[in-house]
Design a protein around this ligand. Structure first.
Ligand code: PA5
Ligand code: MN
Length: 188
């Protein structure tokens, strides 16, 4: 890939591995304990190891205030007690929006506004999800394969994780019939 100014040209396979993107992050269960409700299940899993729940890669572009950053997230399949592996979730602390495009896997996109209203959307190959301003967003893998999606947002975006850490967020739990969104979020 050429450094510096656009255009970037990516092969989609390279993109899926994250190898063309700059920064990356790995989120393991040990760092995500607070986000899951079944603390016994957390401890049982950690006694045997520390699984990666998700990874993401990012190309942060800051050339101008109108720039767009983009990247790719891979949420692995698995559960912690009844809850599926998921991302932390966050608000954008400004009026930035975001677009997700799912490449593979099967997930749910959970959205929550500041009144605690929750909405959930299907994520599967070819689906584009638009995340409006002021809606916190979390992705949950409800399938058996990695959930892989790419995303685009204004580079000026401020990420607010504290509100979710403090008040919680909806999750997806497994049931006899498959799964359901558990959205009785405490608002503190
Ligand atoms: O910007 C986004 O919404 C995504 O790129 C997420 O940051 C990514 O999926 C990881 O989730 P989180 O930032 O909630 O840990
Ligand atoms: Mn976001």
């Amino acid at each position: 890939m050429k450094e510096g100014l656009f255009p970037y040209i990516f092969d989609v396979e390279e993109f899926i591995t994250g190898s063309v993107l700059g920064g990356s992050a790995v989120k393991r269960l040990s760092a995500m304990q607070a986000y899951f409700s079944d603390k016994d299940a957390v401890q049982k899993i950690l006694a045997d190891g520390d699984p990666i729940l998700y990874e993401y890669w990012e190309k942060e572009n800051t050339a101008s205030s109108r720039d767009i950053s983009f990247g790719l997230t891979k949420v692995f399949p698995g559960k912690v007690g009844p809850e599926f592996y998921m991302t932390r979730g966050h608000y954008h602390g400004d009026d930035s929006v975001e677009v997700y495009y799912t490449l593979s896997g099967h997930g749910r996109l959970l959205l929550m506004n500041r009144e605690g209203q929750v909405m959930d959307y299907e994520m599967q190959k070819g689906v584009v999800n638009y995340i409006p301003k002021d809606w916190a967003h979390r992705t949950v893998n409800i399938g058996n394969e990695p959930l892989i999606f790419i995303w685009f947002y204004p580079s000026v975006t401020v990420h607010d994780y504290e509100t979710i850490e403090k008040y919680g967020f909806a999750t997806v739990v497994s049931t006899e019939n498959g799964f359901k969104v558990k959205s009785d979020v405490s608002r503190g």
